[in-house]
Each structure stands twice: as structure tokens, then as C-alpha cells.
Design a protein around this ligand. Structure first.
Ligand code: AMP
Ligand code: MN
Length: 333
């Protein structure tokens, strides 16, 4: 089984290498509301393509949170919801479906799909889907190595950023020896893990600290303290002087309590739609719950969006989560 996977990965990486080498103009994209893995994967790939003398555009639907803005190459990211792409290939990273990019106009292009989310729809001309990767950045790293591009500090920084953030700073259960092997190589290339952790996790605004207070103050507990429920709307955000870009990472706070096994975070938007994010420990599978509502993600980090009012969806979701917590606790290490 593992050998099959390694063989599939090896041939996928080789095919991607061939198609990249024979093409010249690339457009890179990733999912809307980018996170560290989408930023890191795209920028690492961009610097690698630069090194091969290719022309590269990066187009995202939304700007990245502020603390990513001073990472190398970020000024290259164009923000647009539509693009007329005059390119030879589009590399889509971190998207289980092309629509996750939130950028239209890419449909007819030669698509190279590189992703680690469960349920990827294999929408590309080339598809490399590896759920066992802890971050899409791990897969991008393999492509870059296969292309023979040296691991510069810029590339290494973005690969490390992708892994650091998508493993929830090395908390999630999909971390493997390969994760550390790649990190080791990035550190050898000059990445400073302490500085990276400070830049990514210790860069809150005072407003965000206030928001943390407000969120935890209104946190509810269910399932005898095993499930934390967080709620936020635009009124709360603006009372703290924050925007949606300040909410990254907040969902992890309740998991620092020993008893809490899973967190659900309801973010109500201005037109009433509800973005639901979930996180969990060990084998508690929140993706299974997200899948029931048309969303996706990973075992320990998943999400979805619904248009029904919160008081309608909430009672449908909570019992499913409680059930997953019970299942997950059965195999607790
Ligand atoms: P978030 O809670 O938004 O940080 O998302 C956690 C994980 O779930 C990430 O890997 C997302 O890519 C994934 N995810 C969130 N929303 C969706 C969705 N609507 N469809 C598929 N995957 C999603
Ligand atoms: Mn990812």
C-alpha cells in the first residue's frame, strides 16, 4: 500500500516535471482566503519557476493575512476574482475543487492540480493528490527537487511556512518522518525556526488580543467539556478593531485545554452566511462532519460554509461532532 503510494507519487512528480519543463508561461493559484500552506506552496513554486527562467503570475481571490505580507515575493500576488490567463499552464495548489480558488477564467487552461485534501476531484490535466502529505508544501518541495532547482533561502522559507502552519505548528496527526526531513533541509538552507514561529504566531495586533478575550469570554462548552463552541460576527470584530483577516489561528486556543477534544467556530458574515471551522485532537475526525455539509479538509482541521441561519444549522452539526468525539476517543493513544 505504502509502496503503491510512493510509486504513484514518483510518477506524478515526474510527469509534472516534464510538463513544467516543456512550458514557459505559468499562472499559480490556490484557495480563497489563503493560509500559510497556500501562500508557502505558491511562492516556493514561483521562486523555483523563476530559477528555471519561466514567466510566473500568482493570482489569488483574497489577500493573505497581514503577518504573511512581508514574506519574500508577496508583492507579486495579484488579487482578482477573474483572470484571462494567456499562459501555458495553471498550477493549482491546495484546492480539492477548482472552484475553491475563487478565481474564474481558468477552466479551459492546462491545469496541474497538486493537493493533499481528502476528496480531491482530480479536475486537472495532471493530478497529484496525496492525502498523506502534512502540507501541500511537502508536495511542492518534491516537485522543486525533481526539477533540480537548488533550495534557496526564499524557497526553503516558503516550504517551512507551509509546513509550520498546516501542521498547526506541529500539532496535527498527519506529521511523518518526511515532514521533519523536509524541515531539516529547509533549516540547512538557512531557515530559522524560532524566528519563523515568532513571525507567524507572535505577530498579533492589540485588537486581535482583545478579540481573543471576547471570543473566549463567550465560549460555550458541550459534551461534558469535550467540545468548545466559538461564535463571532462582524459586530464583535469591529468592536475589537479587527477584520476577518485577524481570525486566523484563534480556533486553536480552546484546544490548549486538556479536556477539550474538538472546537467548532461559527463565523457569521454580513449577509448571514455562516463559515464553520473545526479543529480536533488525535483521531477525532472533523472532516467527516464537514463532508456532511459539502465542505472538506483534513481529520484535524476542516470547514464548510452554509447559507442557512445559525440557529438552524447549529443543532444539526453539534450531535454529529459529539458522535465523532466518541468515535475518536476509542482509539486515543
Ligand atoms: P479553515 O477552518 O477555513 O482554516 O479550514 C480548515 C481546512 O478545511 C482547510 O484545509 C481548508 O482547506 C478546508 N476547508 C475549509 N472549508 C472548506 C470547504 N468549503 N470545502 C473544502 N474544504 C474546506
Ligand atoms: Mn494545506
Amino acid at each position: 500500500m505504502i509502496n503503491d503510494r510512493v510509486e504513484a507519487a514518483t510518477s506524478a512528480v515526474r510527469e509534472i516535471r516534464e510538463e513544467i519543463l516543456r512550458r514557459q508561461r505559468f499562472l499559480l493559484t490556490s484557495h480563497a482566503r489563503p493560509d500559510g500552506d497556500s501562500i508557502g506552496s505558491q511562492l516556493a513554486m514561483a521562486f523555483a519557476l523563476d530559477a528555471l527562467g519561466k514567466s510566473v503570475r500568482i493570482v489569488n481571490a483574497d489577500p493573505a493575512p497581514d503577518h504573511y505580507q512581508d514574506f519574500p515575493g508577496m508583492e507579486r500576488v495579484e488579487i482578482a476574482s477573474h483572470v484571462s490567463a494567456d499562459v501555458d499552464a495553471v498550477i493549482v495548489m491546495e484546492c480539492s475543487d477548482l472552484s475553491r480558488a475563487g478565481v474564474s477564467g481558468l477552466e479551459g487552461e492546462f491545469l496541474i492540480n497538486i493537493d493533499h485534501h481528502a476528496g480531491n476531484r482530480l479536475y486537472g490535466a495532471l493530478n497529484w493528490h496525496d492525502e498523506s502529505a502534512a502540507a501541500c508544501g511537502e508536495m511542492v518541495f518534491d516537485v522543486i527537487r525533481e526539477l533540480g532547482v537548488p533550495l534557496t533561502l526564499e524557497i526553503a522559507t516558503h516550504v517551512y511556512l507551509a509546513i509550520l502552519t498546516d501542521t498547526g505548528s506541529f500539532h496535527h496527526s498527519n506529521i511523518t518522518p518526511r515532514t521533519f526531513d523536509i524541515c531539516r533541509q529547509t533549516v540547512e538552507a538557512g531557515v530559522n525556526p524560532a524566528a519563523m514561529a515568532r513571525r507567524v504566531f507572535d505577530s498579533n495586533s492589540f485588537g486581535k488580543l482583545k478579540l481573543i478575550g471576547a471570543l473566549l469570554d463567550s465560549m460555550e462548552l458541550a459534551d461534558e467539556g469535550r467540545l468548545a463552541i466559538l461564535y463571532m460576527d462582524d459586530t464583535m470584530l469591529s468592536a475589537c478593531g479587527c477584520t476577518h483577516n485577524d481570525t486566523e489561528g484563534l480556533i486553536n486556543l480552546p484546544l490548549t485545554a486538556r479536556e477539550i477534544q474538538a472546537v467548532i467556530f461559527f463565523k457569521v458574515g454580513p449577509n448571514g452566511d455562516v463559515r464553520v471551522s473545526m479543529r480536533s485532537k488525535y483521531d477525532v475526525d472533523v472532516r467527516a462532519v464537514a463532508g456532511r455539509f459539502g465542505g472538506g479538509g483534513h481529520k484535524n482541521a476542516a470547514g464548510f460554509t452554509v447559507t442557512e441561519p445559525l440557529d438552524v444549522v447549529r443543532p444539526r452539526i453539534i450531535p454529529l461532532l459529539v458522535e465523532e468525539i466518541a468515535q475518536g476517543l476509542k482509539s486515543r493513544p
